[in-house]
Every structure is written in C-alpha cells, then in structure tokens.
Design a protein. Structure first.
Length: 145
C-alpha cells in the first residue's frame, strides 16, 4: 500500500468511532471473528485499546490482529488502532449462504423482474373485461344509466 493510499484511508477513518474495545482479557477468538465480520461489512474500522488494563501495547495488539484477519494496520495513535481490509464479495456471499444453512433457511434466490408485464390467467382477464363493461354501462358515459 502506498503512502497516498494510507493517507486517504486515515482521512476516511478520522470521523469514525471505535466499535471494538480491547481490555485486560486481550485478544480472543470471538473478538477476531467479530472483527472479521465487521471488516467484511465496513472495510475500515477503529479498535480502542484500554491502556490502563491491557496486557500489551496498542502496536503489539495491532500486529497481532492484522495477521489472522489479513488486514493492514493504517495507523496506531494512542490507544486507537485503525484497520483496513478490502471486502471480498465472493467470501461475503459464501458466509451468508453458510449462515442460512446453519439456521435452516434456504439461501435467497435471485429474483428476475419482468418489466411492465403482468401474468394473468384467462379467467382473470375475462373477469376484468366484464367488470370494465359493467362500469361503463350501455350508454358509454362511464356509469349505469
């Protein structure tokens, strides 16, 4: 990653709030799984390290998180780590299908829309024409007279 790309990502990360926290327990498998899902959804996120209680420095945590997540450390300032990983659309779709199977749901099928066409049975079409004729009436003025 070039320094210009890193600078752009730092600028994008500036208004973001940290959505994960690392405290005295350090890094767990659950935290890595949640960060993985969040990186798929957002690509860029902040993690706060509680400096008073954390067993390691924020830089050590950043390096320890980047390796299993396949993410890049954009910056570490104070107790805040900024991570970035380009979202992989195929991986996201595969995860969604696995979750749907695990919960007993069928994966969503792609719906095909037919523009401007409405399928009707012959009986429904005939009923619609009959109702139109009744509304119009014999005089053709739009009502029954």
């Amino acid at each position: 990653m070039t320094s210009k790309e890193r600078a752009e990502l730092r600028a994008k990360a500036n208004p973001l709030e940290p959505i994960f926290q690392i405290g005295k327990e350090g890094i767990s498998d659950n935290l890595i799984a949640q960060l993985d899902d969040a990186l798929d959804a957002r690509e860029l996120l902040k993690v706060r390290v509680h400096l008073e209680t954390a067993p390691k420095t924020p830089r050590e945590f950043a390096d320890a998180l980047a390796a299993p997540l396949g993410a890049e450390v954009i910056q570490v300032i104070g107790g805040v780590i900024v991570l970035y990983r380009k979202a992989d659309k195929e991986k996201i779709n595969k995860k969604k299908q696995e979750r749907a199977k695990a919960h007993g749901k069928k994966p969503a099928k792609k719906q095909v829309k037919i523009k401007g066409l409405r399928q009707r049975s012959r009986e429904a079409e005939a009923a619609a024409q009959k109702a139109k004729a009744n509304r119009k009436g014999k005089s053709g003025r739009g009502g029954k007279y």
